[in-house]
Design a protein around this ligand. Structure first.
Ligand code: HEC
Length: 90
């Protein structure tokens, strides 16, 4: 969550993730997070509910009746993919 906040800062380049070396339980690790931004293509399923193509909307409502992931806007930061590797073996 802290890293996501850093990535959301206005000055942070959208093309760059955030990496850091940390020590957890006396073990050195490197972790890196790549931000996920909402692109045009995401709006086919996550845009304004009324504007989603009926075929897609029906499918989503049938398969994911509790889905609330609508009204996303292009450019929104929607999360991140993070990897962690141990530096012990290096
Ligand atoms: C073909 C339709 C489709 C497209 C295109 C799509 N998604 Fe999704 N997405 C879904 C569905 C369906 C779910 C809900 C899955 C579930 O409830 O298990 C979901 C879930 C999510 C969630 C989790 C929502 C939550 O709060 O639990 C996020 C974040 C997300 N999508 C982001 C994106 C982003 C960013 C893109 C574009 C890069 C994208 N999606 C493109 C169908 C789509």
């Amino acid at each position: 969550m802290k890293v996501l906040k850093k990535l959301a800062l206005a000055g942070h380049s959208r093309d760059v993730g955030f990496g850091e070396v940390l020590e957890i339980d006396d073990k050195k690790i490197y972790r890196y997070m790549k931000p996920i931004y909402v692109e045009r293509a995401c709006l086919d399923c996550h845009g304004e509910r009324e504007k989603i193509l009926p075929a897609i909307r029906q499918f989503l409502e049938r398969r994911y009746p509790h889905d609330e992931a609508y009204d996303y806007k292009e450019g929104y930061l929607r999360g991140g993919i993070s990897i962690t590797i141990s530096l012990e073996a290096l």
